[in-house]
Design a protein around this ligand. Structure first.
Ligand SMILES: [Zn+2]
Ligand SMILES: [Zn+2]
Ligand SMILES: [Zn+2]
Length: 765
């Protein structure tokens, strides 16, 4: 049957791709279509939503304008393409239910901090959700951490256990309601509830567990709190004794704690906050942001000893907000509930078992956390956010890639592990998994791989892994069958990770300064300049090898590396050198280490820049042993921030065929002179950082001359060092290099899996 339509009637189909499902996008479009007097429908598609609207042409135009301009805050639209289509009959605008027939490939949204509307309701005594700790709507609340399977609807989340009451159901069914299809929708009558448990895990019968929890925090107790992605340990951040007690019980000697602050105004009292930082702190992702602290702020000194930065964040769940409004404190230490590098606890009973002797009480609830997800950590450097740990709030938002690839899985490295799945032209990085050298993390690694594969519905054709034969991730990859296996050199993966997030193709000069990774010659690399593209690389320059006496033992005892460098340069003269740090070393241990170096026993060779940092930090008297990863290098950097000296230590560049060797004899001679003159550690640190930056600028210039390449990529864990990062970027830009660095993905090993995946996809093409 043909119908006639009056002149001027238009029907447009609009395909919208991106993260648009379950975020209030469909009700928004519904409202907008009604306001513009349009008929049609909106439906979910495998990659987003499809909208068809029909009406007077000026109404359709107005709709299209407003659609682009008023997109709901949480939606991340990748593309929005209108096209003409044939008018049809019908006058209503309808929301079609989920297309369950189509392959459910639309991306899942990350967890989102509680929104302003929900907060206002929660604080309103007349609202039915007054003080309800699990209030949420389509604009906020848990997502990734409660999802069991796809497509995303309540039955496939940990909210399936809660049957909505009539009022919640009515909101859920009403397209004009803010809670239309809000899967975790709940209230006091039908949703999850809080409980307070004592130290032994027995339930304390209380009308208001929250007020009691706040009382405990006021009185210096240590409270385990179930959050969005796992348990955290909390205590009053102004109480020196509570912070010390937490350190003692958690056996965490000096590694800085993160602090949750009540309001943005409180952050401004404790830290120096600029506009960029304010935006990050208040973003829906609510990451921990590293900010320069104000030492006179009144926070316990034990929170971040000898560190000029403080990791702070704002409350991101309704429960956190209620904790702050219920107690007399404005700052809470909030640290992952685990022992050292184990994965964070997520189950109530498991938390009680693992936190025995640490927590005085447990604030728990009955909504299961299905996906463990630590807090994300970000800092601002070179005017951009720099991701240090990409987890809650960011996962599983994909990193867009330049080109399509076969489904690929990359299994990452060993420390700070993440895995990555590429589907089409998108790379999905997992949450932070941690260090794989313990059983629980290794189990979590397996779960994370499985979960990503399931929610993305891909069967990887290739698996990329690190060349280090002893990495657990490598062993896991090599045990997989029926799939192409691609080994990727560690530092090549770092550079390609940087290239991928900056959408670079072709060849670049890659400067990788890192703790260490397996080199193609079997040595531990980590101070490298590579000529790299996405498929392959040549090594253009590296630090001279030194023995690493004791392997990983040397990482925990930086003095060993200092001794190794001094022996390399001064041989037997070492004992005659007048350097104070040598006097503090047990002479028998020193003798053993000297023998190990001399006889090449358990002393792998390394060009690691991280180890060079350790050596100079020990030599400068900063510290000879460490209690957490990279502590010596971090404290050495902190010292350098306090100096305005404009000197720079020299390095020795020697051509070796088309390559360059970087020697450190001149560096150590100059440093020793300064130490004997009793120059300050601050000035020594500054001169080292400046020298390192000048060295790599000079190297880049030499390589540019040979290769005609002008693009420089920076990657590797050492670029978490802001002083080095800034000096090097400034130096390279002053010589007109195009400089690329990480922002969305960590420069350290947390970003390795992205680079591995991209290398594998280029190699298989
Ligand atoms: Zn909300
Ligand atoms: Zn309800
Ligand atoms: Zn690395």
């Amino acid at each position: 049957m043909t119908e006639t339509f009056k002149v001027g009637v238009l029907r447009k189909a609009i395909d919208v791709t991106g993260v648009v499902q379950g975020l209030g996008f469909r009700p928004f479009v519904h409202r907008l279509a009604q306001e513009c007097n349009l008929a049609g429908f909106i439906a979910n598609t495998p990659v987003g939503v499809t909208i068809e609207v029909q009406g007077d042409s000026d109404c359709v135009e107005r709709f299209l304008e407003r659609l682009s301009a008023e997109i709901p805050p949480l939606a991340k639209v990748a593309s929005l393409v209108p096209r003409d289509t044939e008018p049809q009959s019908g006058t209503a605008f309808r929301i079609l239910s989920n297309r369950l027939d189509a392959p459910p490939q639309a991306p899942i949204s990350p967890d989102v901090a509680v929104c302003g509307d929900c907060l206002r309701e929660m604080m309103n005594p007349r609202d039915r959700r007054f003080r309800y700790p699990f209030i949420n709507c389509t604009n906020c609340g848990p997502r990734f951490t409660i999802i069991r399977d796809i497509p995303y609807d309540r039955a496939r989340t940990s909210m399936a256990a809660f049957r909505m009451c009539a009022m919640c159901q009515a909101e859920y069914d009403d397209p004009d309601n803010r809670r239309f299809h809000a899967q975790p929708n709940a209230c006091w009558d039908c949703g999850p509830q809080l409980q307070l448990w004592s130290a032994d895990g027995s339930r304390i019968d209380l009308a208001e567990p929250l007020r009691e929890a706040a009382f405990l925090l006021e009185h210096d107790s240590i409270l385990a709190i179930k959050g969005l992605g796992g348990f955290h340990l909390a205590c009053n951040a102004r109480s020196e004794s509570a912070v010390n007690l937490l350190r003692e019980r958690k056996r965490r000697v000096e590694k800085p704690f993160a602090v949750m602050l009540r309001r943005i105004e409180d952050v401004e009292r404790f830290c120096r906050v600029d506009d960029g930082a304010r935006k990050l702190l208040l973003s829906q992702e609510r990451p921990i942001v590293l900010l320069p602290n104000r030492p006179e702020s009144g926070l316990a000194g034990g929170i971040a000893p000898r560190n000029r930065f403080l990791g702070v964040f704002l409350p991101y769940t309704p429960l956190h907000q209620l904790l702050f409004s219920s107690g007399k404190y404005d700052a809470l230490v909030m640290t992952s509930a685990n022992l050292s590098e184990e994965p964070i606890a997520i189950e109530n009973d498991d938390a009680v078992r693992r936190l025995r002797g640490i927590a005085d009480a447990y604030l728990v609830h009955d909504r299961d956390i299905l996906r463990r997800c630590d807090n994300s950590v970000v800092r601002l450097a070179a005017g951009r956010p720099q991701m240090l740990r990409r987890s809650r709030g960011f996962v599983p938002v994909p990193v867009p890639l330049e080109r399509d690839s076969e489904p690929t899985l990359a299994v990452g490295g060993e420390l700070k592990n993440t895995v990555c799945v590429v589907r089409g032209n998108e790379a999905f990085l997992s949450q932070h998994i941690g260090d794989l050298d313990n059983l629980d993390s290794y189990a979590f690694f397996g779960e994370a791989v499985e979960h990503l594969r399931r929610i993305l519905e891909v069967r990887p054709k290739a698996i990329a892994y690190d060349l280090h034969p002893d990495y657990f991730s490598t062993k896991w990859a090599l045990a997989q069958e029926g799939v192409q296996l691609v080994g990727v050199q560690h530092h090549h993966a770092h550079i390609v990770s940087c290239m991928a997030e900056n959408h670079l193709d072709g060849k670049v000069i890659g400067i990788v300064l890192d703790g260490g990774g397996h080199g193609t010659d079997g040595a531990i690399w980590g101070g490298e300049v590579l000529l790299a593209d996405c498929a392959d690389f040549d090594r253009a320059a590296h630090f001279e090898y030194v023995p690493l006496p004791g392997g990983t033992a040397a990482i925990h005892e930086p003095w060993r590396v200092a001794v190794s460098y001094l022996t390399q340069h001064f041989g037997a003269e070492l004992s005659k050198l007048n350097v104070p740090f040598l006097q503090d070393i047990d002479p028998r241990k020193l003798q053993v280490v000297l023998q190990m170096i001399d006889r090449e026993i358990h002393s792998p060779r390394t060009s690691s820049c991280g180890r060079l940092f350790d050596a100079v930090a020990a030599l400068a008297g900063i510290r000879s042993t460490i209690t957490y990863e990279a502590q010596a290098a971090i404290e050495f950097e902190m010292a350098g921030h306090d100096s305005t000296d404009d000197g720079a230590y020299p390095f020795d560049l020697t051509p070796d065929g088309p390559h360059w060797q970087i020697g450190t004899l001149s560096l150590f001679e100059a440093m020793l002179r300064d130490i004997q003159r009793q120059e300050s550690a601050a000035d020594i640190s500054r001169r080292f950082h400046a020298g390192l930056a000048e060295l790599f600028v000079e190297l880049a210039e030499n390589i540019r001359e040979q290769s005609k390449l002008n693009r420089v990529c920076l990657s590797g864990g050492c670029f978490q060092n802001v002083l080095l990062f800034q000096l090097l970027i400034d130096g390279l830009r002053a010589k007109s290099f195009e400089v690329y660095f990480h922002s969305e993905v960590p420069a350290g090993d947390g970003g390795l899996s992205l680079g591995q995946a991209v290398v594998a996809s280029y190699r298989s093409q």
